[in-house]
Design a protein around this ligand. Structure first.
Ligand code: NAP
Ligand code: ZN
Ligand code: ZN
Length: 331
């Protein structure tokens, strides 16, 4: 449904962005379906935002009119707590201000990127390198950073065996980034239907999790498993794939709990962890890394009228590999 949302007047440190493309993240779907809790209607979602700066506040120094910029999953934080000071605004102890469905500093509910314009304080606006096409840059702002951050933190690189579970929006970026970091990468997908593409993204190995033999063959194999699945999975089966000191990181955010039998962690001194997006400086680092390495998401550009159909395809695991809305279709 189309509607009109109000953006705040430009403050001295704010940037007005004319949005060109907005990616569709599964988090948008969890949110609008009420799977993560009550929805503060009326709500516009979208936190993979790319566009041009069209106006800046009087005190803005980091961005200028005409710049290609992006906005990801958060638009503010307290900036004073130890996590903010360490550059990890996503873990702000006061709670970061989400790009949508959050209460902003002025008490209003934040509205996301499926819209023509957005006003964001300059510190939470990223520079988008020229070499990345606009529509391909959008998914980097969430899918890119959410996989880059744990891969960097747990040191995916040469000599490390990394598995990516689920080959959707996050998963395909996780594969490309882990490969660029030098890791040996395995895709664990429900079926082998996307095997050719997974290998083309650079993965060395590809297995179907629907085949029980996969869990026998790959027992005690991985240093790091990045789980991008939006639904609950059999944790015991996946943890058994970790070798000594291996870590299973969930970035997938199903509403249901993921039950764990602790004895599975005792074996091989395994760890289970979660990871949330990435800090602002780290997001800039990821954008520059992807530009330097020539890595970009594989996107399917759609018009605003096709959003509901796109959601249905994402829910059927039929996304290849990120839907991006051409915001020109909204104007
Ligand atoms: P997506 O494009 O829908 O990808 C998820 C993939 O998981 C699917 O393509 C499918 O891959 C697999 N899958 C789906 N249902 C499954 C099931 N029932 N059993 C096994 N595998 C299943 O979603 P996304 O946008 O990448 O987001 C993935 C998850 O990450 C969502 O829960 C989202 O909310 C969350 N997320 C978290 C963060 C964070 O900061 N931690 C940030 C962004 C998103 P195959 O077809 O290959 O099996
Ligand atoms: Zn997202
Ligand atoms: Zn903070």
């Amino acid at each position: 449904m189309r509607t009109t949302i109000e953006r705040r007047d430009l403050g001295p440190r704010d940037v007005l962005i004319e949005i060109t493309y907005a990616g569709i993240c599964h988090s948008d779907i969890h949110t609008v379906r009420g799977e993560w809790g009550k929805v503060p209607y009326p709500l516009t979602v979208g936190h993979e935002i790319v566009g041009h700066v069209t106006e800046v506040g009087a005190e803005v120094t980091r961005h200028a009119v005409g710049d290609r910029v992006g906005v990801g999953c958060m638009v503010n934080s307290c900036r004073e707590c130890e996590n903010c000071k360490a550059g990890m605004e996503q873990y702000c102890l006061d709670g970061n201000t989400g790009t949508y469905a959050a209460v902003d500093k002025d008490g209003t509910v934040t509205q996301g990127g499926y819209s023509t314009h957005i006003v964001v304080v300059e510190d939470f606006v990223l520079r988008v390198p020229e070499s990345i096409p606009h529509e391909a840059a959008a998914p980097l702002l969430c899918a890119g950073i959410t996989t880059y951050s744990p891969l960097a933190h747990w040191k995916a690189g040469p000599g490390k065996k990394v598995a990516v579970v689920g080959l959707g929006g996050l998963g395909h970026m996780g594969v490309k980034i882990a490969v660029a970091m030098g890791a040996e990468v395995t895709v664990l997908s429900q079926t082998l239907s996307k095997k050719d593409e997974g290998l083309a993204f650079g993965a060395q190995h590809y297995h179907a999790t629907g085949d029980p033999a996969t869990f026998e063959t790959l027992k005690n194999t991985f240093d790091l498993i990045i789980n991008t699945v939006s639904a609950p999975i059999d944790m015991g089966a996946y943890l058994s794939l970790l070798r000594l000191d291996g870590t299973f990181v969930s970035v997938g955010a199903p509403p249901e709990p993921l039950p764990i039998q602790v004895f599975t962690l005792f074996n091989n001194r395994r760890s289970f962890a979660g990871s949330s997006i990435g800090g602002i400086a780290e997001t800039q680092e990821m954008l520059d890394f992807c530009a330097e390495r020539g890595i970009a998401p594989q996107v399917e550009v759609i018009s605003a009228d096709e959003v509901n159909d796109a959601y249905e395809r994402v829910l059927k695991s039929d996304v290849r590999y990120r839907f991006v809305i051409d915001i020109a279709s909204l104007r």
